[in-house]
Write a protein that binds this ligand. Structure first.
Ligand code: EPS
Length: 388
């Protein structure tokens, strides 16, 4: 059994995007349509560019299944690009501020085109496909991961109380994937106004993972801490400039007594994944010392406004070194809805990886068995303590 990992390959206007997933356990019936639904959601939202009208992303699973069931071998997820014309596309000479154009052309001592082709957020097709597969593993141990938009530019959205099931219904009614569909109109107006001004918008997304067992990640080494691993995975998503866990930056403004989550014990919940340890608040976002603590994991990510502006910012022509406005390439005005899908799936993959590290096995039944064994031992530990 190898570690659960994935890599992606592919250019925005190349033949397609590929994700290679390794270490996925055997015995899971893989629902291709579920991956397709996530890919379709990634294409949605208001403020997307022309590309999403060309593509209708669908995955083809090339390897790793037998009769639709995983076999423990590498799984290759392939999503072809309809807009395959990379070899006909010209180079750019005026790097766009915010993109990798300038840094990449200098670093690779070459043209901008190959840099933007790989740096493009189209790569997230692969991350979403891999994450949607990982969610099918998480479902086998009842972990649910759910993402939504909590801010679009200056507009902040509320997060109502409710189960993931109830909140999902709200989110799926919103064109912007917020939990307040009644505010869609206001957001649409803002994005349209921004488009008319040749400008772009970012926002903030939030992801919750529920029913997460104790003990994912580890305090024993910095590389193993789950908060650090989640932050790395999310920060690496195109256009993400900030990641917060739980209370995040707000915690720095409060006293400790208003930050740390008291520990209470409710025997009625002893049979659940929290083992009866109830926290009246979850400011830690489900992670203490880099380990999951039986509470929901809650993470937020800040997306900067899309870097390609129709009303271009100042740049320099790399041929002449003279000042000129940046080049314009077709792009989105606002992709915050898509971002919530991407971050949800990226978080799901990292949690699945941590699950496999603690409870891993070649077959999903081994994973389930090890999780059960761990909870049996944890309960034994607690009754030993209380019996003393
Ligand atoms: C994207 C496809 C791209 C861009 C967008 C994301 O398609 P095209 O370049 O053909 O229009 O629309 O990429 C960016 C905004 C970016 O900054 O790279 C997609 O499928 O998500």
């Amino acid at each position: 059994m190898s570690t659960l990992t994935y890599r992606t390959a592919g250019e925005s206007h190349g033949k397609g995007i590929l994700a290679l997933v390794e270490g996925f356990p055997a015995g899971i019936r893989v629902d291709e349509e579920e991956i397709n639904r996530e890919l379709q959601r990634r294409q949605g939202g208001y403020g997307r560019g022309g590309r999403q009208r060309i593509e209708s992303d669908r995955v083809e699973i090339l390897t790793g299944l037998w009769q639709s069931v995983s076999i423990g071998s590498p799984i290759t997820l392939w999503v072809p690009n309809k807009d395959y014309r990379i070899n006909e596309l010209p180079d750019l000479s005026r790097p766009r501020p915010g993109h990798g154009d300038l840094a990449g052309a200098i670093k690779f001592l070459g043209p901008i085109r190959p840099v933007l082709e790989r740096a493009s957020a189209r790569e997230t097709v692969g991350r979403v496909a891999a994450g949607a597969l990982a969610k099918q593993l998480l479902r086998e141990i009842q972990i649910e991961v759910f993402g939504y938009v909590v801010a679009v530019g200056p507009i902040k959205l509320a997060v109502p109380q409710g189960s993931i099931g109830e909140l999902r219904q709200q989110r799926d009614r919103s064109l912007l994937y917020t939990l307040q569909p009644e505010r869609d109109e206001e957001i649409i107006q803002l994005i349209s106004e921004c488009q008319r001004a040749g400008d772009t918008l970012g926002g903030i997304v939030e992801v919750r993972a529920e029913n997460v067992p104790f003990g994912l990640g580890s305090h024993t080494q910095w590389t193993e801490k789950l908060d650090g691993r989640l932050a790395r995975a999310v920060m690496s998503v195109q256009a993400i400039k900030g990641v917060e866990i739980g209370l995040g930056f707000e915690a720095a403004t409060r006293r400790g007594s208003a930050v740390h989550d008291p520990i209470l014990y409710d025997p009625a919940q002893a049979g659940t994944k929290n083992l009866g340890f109830v926290r009246p608040t979850n400011h830690a976002g489900g992670l203490e010392a880099g380990m999951s603590n039986g509470q929901p994991i809650v993470l937020r990510a800040a997306m900067k406004p899309i870097s390609t502006l129709a009303r271009a910012l100042p740049s320099v022509n790399l041929e002449t070194l003279q000042p000129e406005p940046a080049q314009y390439e077709r792009s989105d005005v606002c992709a915050i809805a898509a971002c919530s899908v991407i971050v949800e799936n990226v978080v799901a993959f990292e949690i699945a990886r941590a699950v496999m590290e603690k409870f891993g096995g070649d077959h999903i039944e081994e994973v389930q068995g090890r999780l059960e064994l761990f909870y049996r031992l944890a309960r034994k530990r607690l009754s030993l303590q209380s019996g003393q």
